[in-house]
Design a protein around this ligand. Structure first.
Ligand code: PEP
Ligand code: MN
Length: 369
């Protein structure tokens, strides 16, 4: 990993006056009333530092709501003025930045689908040359720390010094309870490489559903992240984007009241914090391992069906030998012991044979497997 030296203004001067820094608001700005009512209800708590709202929405498939466009910038800014809070929105190209600057948007954020593209990030950086505005940079959708740091460096290189990162999780092919896998080890490494860079966690886009947001938000604070970006909508069921993950203002306030904000002062507490961070990473890695095992066993079952339908034996020794040799070679390359990997493979192999036996014994009746 390349070392990086960023020229960053102290976060306490522009971002973390309130600890933790809570950025909340709807996924998308939909109407003047929707953004104003949401802003008023969430700001009542006194715990919110900034109002968010998407104006141009990067949607996975066409023909879904793609945001209200520039007209919504005034609605967002007016809502912020009404509740006395700064506002932030996502920019994906030079024109978005220009429109935001014209409308007095206080903070810009670069979305995950833009961070992946150095051309787009550079285009945004060029229009920001000589402008004094804070920019938050979401992680790229793929788990590539260098790409994330590269985007931060591009924005910093044109003179933007109020910079923060947003951890919103990573796209993964594996089945998981998350919409975007948190992979906590990546923001932790970012923190180690850039200790002055504030990191905000976005538990809404990590979770994808309201039931996981509290635990992800708590984990983020336990990992010493500087704040949270949480989607809240006055009427989530009617939301035009991300309806499943938006909290009502009341649910948001409940979540914030339930958060334990830990101190970071004494040596001992620092030690506890470090241990908690590492344990959280272990929890994540174990969940990933379990999901990988589940994917592996599902494929084993399919192979079992194929063997059954083609009248083949379950145990095929030459294949097993190849697996052993190849996995032991791979394990050695990353410093894992021969004994450990052999024992683990044997366990996996036993379970695989058991699964295929079941498939064979149940004949055509797959539902009983
Ligand atoms: C959003 O914040 O609504 C959004 C589109 O985020 P992301 O770039 O993380 O997908
Ligand atoms: Mn969203």
């Amino acid at each position: 990993m390349l070392k990086t030296s960023l020229n960053i203004q102290d976060k306490s001067t522009w971002l973390t006056k309130k600890q933790p820094c809570i950025i909340a608001g709807p996924c998308s700005v939909e109407s003047p009333e929707q953004v104003l009512t949401t802003a008023k209800l969430i700001a009542e708590s006194g715990k919110i530092s900034m109002i968010r709202g998407g104006i141009w929405k990067p949607r996975t498939r066409p023909n879904s709501f793609e945001g209200v466009g520039s007209v919504g910038l005034k609605w967002l800014k007016d809502a912020g003025n009404e509740v006395g809070l700064p506002v932030t929105t996502e920019v994906a190209n030079a024109q978005h930045v220009e429109e935001c600057l014209k409308n007095g948007i206080d903070v810009l954020w670069i979305g995950a689908r833009t961070t992946v593209n150095p051309f787009s990030v550079q285009e945004i950086a060029e229009v920001l040359r000589g402008v004094d505005i804070p920019v938050l940079i979401k992680n790229p959708i793929n788990p590539d720390l260098n790409l994330w740091i590269g985007a931060i460096e591009r924005i910093n290189a044109v003179g933007i010094t109020k910079i923060g990162a947003i951890h919103r999780g990573f796209s993964s092919f594996d089945k998981s309870s998350y919409r975007n896998a948190p992979m906590w080890e990546i923001p932790i490494e970012l923190k180690m490489l850039c200790p002055n860079l504030p990191i905000i966690c976005d538990p809404s886009h990590i979770s994808g559903s309201t039931d996981l947001i509290q635990q992800v938000a708590q984990k983020a604070l336990d990992m010493e992240m500087d704040g949270l970006m949480i989607e809240s909508h006055v009427n989530p069921l009617q939301a035009k984007s991300d309806a499943e993950q938006q909290l009502t203002p009341q649910a948001l306030l409940e979540l914030l009241n339930n958060l334990a904000v830990r101190e970071k002062q004494s040596q001992n507490k620092e030690w506890i914090n470090n241990i908690e961070q590492l344990r959280s990473v272990i929890d994540e890695l174990d969940e990933e391992l379990i999901n990988k095992f589940a994917s592996r066993m599902a494929i084993i079952e399919k192979i079992g069906e194929y063997k059954r339908d083609n009248n083949l034996t379950i145990l095929q020794l030459d294949r097993w030998e190849k697996i052993l040799n190849n996995r032991i070679f791979l394990a050695r390359k990353v410093g894992l012991s021969h004994d450990f990997i052999r024992k683990m493979l044997e366990l996996i192999h036993q379970e695989s044979i058991l699964i295929q036996n079941k498939v064979m014994n149940n004949g055509e009746n797959k539902s009983e497997v």
